[in-house]
Design a protein. Sequence first.
Length: 160
Amino acid sequence: MFAGGIQYHHSRNLSRATIPGTNMIQYLAGVHDRTHDPVHLELEARARQLVIDIEAEAQAAEARHDTMRQSDPGAFEACHYGLAPWPDEPGVAATFEPICHCERRCLVHDTGAPWAEAVDCNCDDRCPRHGEKVVDHEVGPLPRPDRNINPRHYGLPYRP
């Protein structure tokens, strides 16, 4: 799953799956309190076991995630930023495509971000998916979207 240029590890989905599961347990407990029906008690027990199993798998996935972060930071960063698939997600690896960087602009030359330093320049970078140069100064930067923050708030001259 990609979000804002970050490829989330499946441990995130597993850990979030326990939230509605816990709510389900509480609702089923409330139903049993009202009806005293043993069927509802059995449903609550099955739901509780399911949440316990999901939590155990989430912890195992998180442990694999943390082990990779500590043992191979370079590979972890490549996976995290969508340049490579997570090694413990074979379903993704078969159809994986690196994230596209074609629309990225240079923070130093194109946007003039006040916090940008020389190391933030990506003028010579190539898109991991297409292999083309990310920033083409002959064409110029893309027009700023309307939702961009006004650069005057940072004491910068406005450059359309």
